[in-house]
Design a protein around this ligand. Structure first.
Ligand SMILES: Cc1cc2nc3c(=O)[nH]c(=O)nc-3n(C[C@H](O)[C@H](O)[C@H](O)COP(=O)(O)O)c2cc1C
Length: 191
């Protein structure tokens, strides 16, 4: 059982096979698994904004670039970030922008809604992995801005952007970077 958790690795879009499509039924299944995350008060605060197929991913890439140009001072617009905003959506087969819906009037504090949405993100990534799909959670600052929330059609007063999960089939020979963990005992205190 632990192997599903231990063998999931971040697969950056550069390691995804752009020639392989992601069937809609499989994407639906991954979203359904994301939807079964735990949630205080059953508010189900995650909002999945899905981009599937080349045309939609190009739209996402163009929006991210345009927000970058509009919100980052010209002298701080670095080529590295620009390249990522172009490449990530264009090299993946689908992208799921994550919003946490946390209205101020709610009895559930915002941090709990953010936490529940992060649980949903992990569900998505483990579900993807269980089907052989690679995933990458990107929090490049542009995709956590209020401008991005607005572009998605939501209200930044109540919805917080937590980044984008990119999905795609790993290239057959992809050599993923190792991501070793420190011994569990260093992160655990038994009382
Ligand atoms: C909330 C969150 C945000 C992340 N944002 C980024 C990111 O913006 N860029 C990036 O390269 N990796 C990002 N990652 C992925 C981590 O780099 C990755 O999980 C880490 O290197 C461990 O590797 P693994 O996922 O293969 O276990 C993010 C992960 C999490 C949980």
């Amino acid at each position: 059982m632990s192997s599903l958790f231990k063998t999931r690795r971040t697969v950056k879009p550069a390691f995804m096979d752009t020639t392989r499509e992601l069937p809609l039924e499989l994407l639906d299944q991954v979203l359904e698994d994301g939807h079964w995350a735990p949630t205080h008060g059953l508010t189900q605060p995650w909002r999945f904004h899905v981009f599937h197929g080349r045309a939609k991913l190009v739209e996402l890439s163009e929006a991210l670039q345009s927000i970058f140009r509009a919100t980052v001072p010209v002298e701080a617009q670095d080529q590295g970030t620009r390249d990522k905003l172009i490449a990530y959506p264009q090299q993946s087969a689908a992208a799921i922008a994550l919003l946490a819906h946390a209205p101020t009037a709610s009895r559930i504090p915002e941090w709990e809604e953010v936490a529940a949405t992060c649980c949903a993100a992990q569900n998505l990534m483990l579900s993807a992995h269980s089907h052989g799909l690679g995933s990458f959670w990107s929090t490049t600052p542009i995709c956590t801005t209020p401008e991005f929330v607005r572009w998605l059609g939501a209200d930044p007063e109540s919805d917080r952007a937590l980044g984008v999960v990119y999905l795609g089939w790993p290239k057959p020979a992809a050599k993923l970077p190792a991501a070793p963990r420190v011994p569990l005992a260093e992160r655990t205190t038994w009382h």
